[in-house]
Design a protein around this ligand. Structure first.
Ligand code: RRO
Length: 310
């Protein structure tokens, strides 16, 4: 089976790579990704200044998913510009930057510098980090999102995509789709963690993680139906304007198959990558390929968007 897929002209050997989340913060971690079967190297979302981790416990695994409140730990954008050069020297794998703001003026600086001074292939603008205390997720503020995109719209030559939070009502998905279609956005990631969730350990009668007043972002099986619905709805609204839609709550080959059916062109591994480390790419791809071949599919394109409706 031909596993190749393309994102806005950037060819990927297969549709599976890491999410900008766990284990993609240091050069050593990124070099591990380079050696793995991940089809691209996605770097951790970065800010202007370096940031530390939130106090522990900040990550917890539940039966059906993981919760995190990492707090955007990263080494500062200048390091990722350096890393991208080293990574591109050593292999042809696409390298993807991810940028995030803490102050209003940050996005234009970050996007412009990655456009001009780095050799990354693609840039993700993270409008949905859920874990910075006192900062709302930007993509829930439609006026602010519009303003930010208008500020950075003319700064890009490299393709830009947006990482979005989940939307729970069509009205909001439609509002965001309208904004996206005004600007030069190539694709979007659906969905970031579902923020504002709480888990209680009944034995200890206690919350399980500490930062941001014990509330956190939820992922994995708990959020899969929400992620699928967001991919599909954005497909219906933007299929002729935004090329590719991604997700990152992937655990098994079944998830890969379902998200591609719903119209994702590629998928990202977050929680499973932090759990199984780099071997998960090869395992999931092999299982996916076996299943798709059994159904006589010969390419990703044959599967993409072919979800049957009643
Ligand atoms: O670092 C984090 O706490 C984090 C980020 Br930037 C993000 O986009 N999504 C998430 O669940 N955690």
């Amino acid at each position: 089976m031909n596993l190749e897929t393309t994102i806005w002209g950037v060819k990927l050997e297969n549709p599976v790579f890491n999410a900008s989340g766990p284990d993609c913060t240091t050069l050593e971690e990124l070099e591990w990704l380079q050696k793995s079967s991940s089809s691209a190297i996605m770097m951790k979302s970065c800010s202007i200044e370096p940031r530390e981790w939130n106090p522990e416990p900040r990550y917890f695994e539940l039966e059906l998913g993981s919760i995190n409140s990492m707090w955007l730990p990263n080494l500062g954008y200048k390091k990722y510009i350096e890393f991208s050069k080293t990574l591109k020297q050593n292999s042809k794998k696409p390298v993807i930057a991810s940028v995030v703001w803490l102050h209003r003026e940050d996005f234009p600086i970050l996007v412009k510098t990655f456009q001009e001074d780095s050799i990354v292939d693609l840039i993700e603008v993270n409008l949905s980090c859920p874990n910075v205390a006192g900062k709302p997720q930007i993509a829930y503020d439609f006026e602010m999102s519009d303003k930010i995109l208008s500020q950075i719209n003319n700064l890009w030559n490299k393709p830009i995509w947006l990482k979005l939070p989940p939307y729970f009502d069509f009205v909001h998905t439609e509002q965001m789709a309208k904004i996206i279609s005004k600007y030069n956005i190539s694709f979007i990631t659906c969905i970031n963690s579902v923020w504002n969730t709480l888990f209680i350990d009944p034995e200890k009668e206690q919350v399980v993680i500490k930062p941001k007043w014990w509330f956190w972002g939820l992922g994995w099986d708990y959020v899969k139906p929400i992620a699928l619905a967001n991919v599909r709805k954005f497909y219906e609204l933007l299929w002729d304007k935004v090329d590719i839609i991604w997700v990152w709550w992937i655990k098994t080959w079944i998830d890969v198959f379902e998200f591609i059916l719903a119209w994702a062109s590629a998928v990202q591994l977050g929680t499973i990558y932090s759990k199984e480390w780099k071997d998960c790419f090869e395992r999931i791809l092999k299982e996916f390929e076996e299943y798709a071949s059994k159904k006589w599919y010969k390419s990703i394109e044959e599967i993409r968007g072919k979800l049957k409706v009643l």
